[in-house]
Design a protein around this ligand. Structure first.
Ligand code: UD1
Ligand code: CA
Length: 451
């Protein structure tokens, strides 16, 4: 039997944030969500979350995951005190307890799996994950012999100068034999610089303590401050880009682009510099994104180009060209082969296949048929100051430059709207609608006014 406990009760004082540390985001997911995900493949029988500082907020964020047992630690008197809270909860439990610090978000599932397997094979009381760090400042130092047997862990602030030279550091990831840990947990003392109960002190109390060193020290990066948060973001972004490059995505300037975990790409996608994808994006084959674009929860078909544009919560079919400088907002649905050009904003509207909105338009709460040509500067006036209204435009219709379509409004098929019109009444199929005053020329005007 395996139980996993994530330590997520701390305040994260060094972050200087109103947000509890474990809820800080990294490439679109919070630290604690990432830590939980790294243990998912183990399929533990029980998943426990130690919460304390802003416990309700952490619980609220995590409750959609389901199957979690929240255990309250109040006050937060150290990592050992946090695990002591499990004593009543895990009474009678037999098996391993995997303890994960909630602020160590880059662990690979394989690393945790091999820690647990190694622990089971060795029969140790505890096996912990270690790394050799070039700069171990702030981490606990692990004292071990060549066979991997650990004699103890000393926190950085409690170390002598001599002890600090030891670069073997504690990752904050431990696989305990629960029954062995249960016996020593009540014996912890606060005899240290912070006056807290340290989980790390249990290691010296257990007869058989072993460690396993990770191959990639980046995995055990802990986050205590914003500098470390930025470093982890960089590691994660690098991993994501390398993953997608291996899957057939080209990055012209990888370091200038960021992705979220939940992006999926087809083949031969080219991502130009300064392009960022957030949330859950689906990108088809042969798309070209950027330079200078932001996509969030965007769903793109094949062969779509997005140039210097923003696409948010919008759906785009195949062979569409977007930008430069377009803004697709939530519930924009762009049909196959459309062109959405310069300074065009589309919100909550369907645009049929082959339609063009090329210049300086606002299309909101509208439904456009196929092959509609929206002239430069056409605006759907969808808001009367109280309510939003819809505009419907039939297949093959054209609006002249600088048209204002005052909703609610319905234009039939093959309608033409004269340039400069303000249209307030419905127009039937095939008609020409003109909604502007006639031009009047006053001959000789400049001569008479000059006298
Ligand atoms: C801890 C380890 C250190 C290790 C490092 C790895 C201890 C004493 N030290 O130090 O050896 O090198 O992690 O990153 O364990 N937490 C609680 N309740 C508390 C205190 C903390 O749940 O009362 C949680 C925090 O939310 C955090 C985790 O435990 O997720 C680690 O706490 P933190 O204070 O960051 O420990 P470190 O000083 O980094
Ligand atoms: Ca920490």
């Amino acid at each position: 039997m395996l139980a996993v406990a994530v330590l997520a009760a701390g305040k994260g004082t060094r972050m200087k944030s109103a947000l509890p540390k474990v809820l800080q985001p990294l490439a679109g997911a919070t630290l604690v969500e990432r830590v939980l995900a790294s243990a998912r493949t183990l399929q533990p029988e029980r998943r426990l979350l130690i919460v304390g500082h802003q416990a309700e907020r952490v619980e609220e964020k995590l409750s959609p995951i389901g199957g979690l047992e929240f255990v309250l630690q109040q006050p937060q008197n150290g990592t050992g005190h946090a695990v002591q809270q499990l004593l009543p909860v895990l009474k009678g439990f037999e098996g391993e307890l995997l303890v994960l610090n909630g602020d160590v978000p880059l662990l690979r599932p394989e690393t945790i799996e091999s820690l647990v397997n190694g622990h089971r094979n060795s029969g140790a009381d505890v096996t912990l994950l270690t790394a050799r760090l070039s700069d171990p400042t702030g981490y606990g130092r692990v004292f071990a012999d060549e066979t991997g047997q650990v004699s103890g862990i000393i926190e950085h602030r409690d170390c002598t100068e001599e002890q600090r030279r030891n670069t073997l550091t504690n990752a904050g990831i431990y696989c305990f034999n629960w029954q062995a840990l249960e016996g020593v947990l009540p014996q912890l003392s606060t005899d240290n610089d912070q006056g807290e109960l340290y989980l790390t002190d249990t290691v010296a109390m257990l007869p058989r303590a072993m460690h396993v060193e990770v191959a990639d020290p980046d995995e055990v990066n802990g986050i205590n401050n914003r500098r470390q948060l930025a470093q982890c973001e960089a590691v994660l972004q690098q991993r994501l880009r390398e993953h997608w490059m291996a899957e057939g995505v080209t990055f012209v300037d990888p370091d200038s682009c960021t992705l979220s975990e939940d992006c999926r790409f087809g083949r031969d996608v080219v991502i130009e510099p300064q392009t960022h994808l957030r949330g859950s994006c689906r990108i088809g084959d042969n798309c070209r994104l950027g330079p200078g674009s932001l996509l969030e929860n965007a769903d793109l078909g094949d062969a779509v180009t997005v140039l210097h544009s923003v696409v948010r919560e919008a759906t785009v079919a195949d062979d569409v060209s977007i930008g430069p400088f377009a803004h697709l907002r939530p519930a924009a649905e762009i049909g196959k082969g459309c062109r959405i050009g310069n300074f065009v904003e589309v919100k909550k509207s369907q645009i049929g296949a082959g339609s063009k909105v090329n210049h300086l338009s606002y299309i909101g709460d509208a439904s456009l048929g196929d092959n509609v040509n929206v002239g430069a500067g056409t605006i759907t006036a969808n808001y009367d100051g109280v309510r939003k209204h819809r505009t419907v435009i039939g297949d093959g219709s054209k609006t002249g430059a600088n048209s204002v379509l005052v909703a609610p409004l319905s234009l039939g098929k093959e309608v033409t709207v004269a340039a400069g019109s303000t249209i307030t009444k419905d127009v039937s199929d095939g008609a020409l609608a003109i909604g502007r005053s006639r031009q009047m020329n006053k001959e000789g005007w400049s001569r008479s006014s000059g006298d």
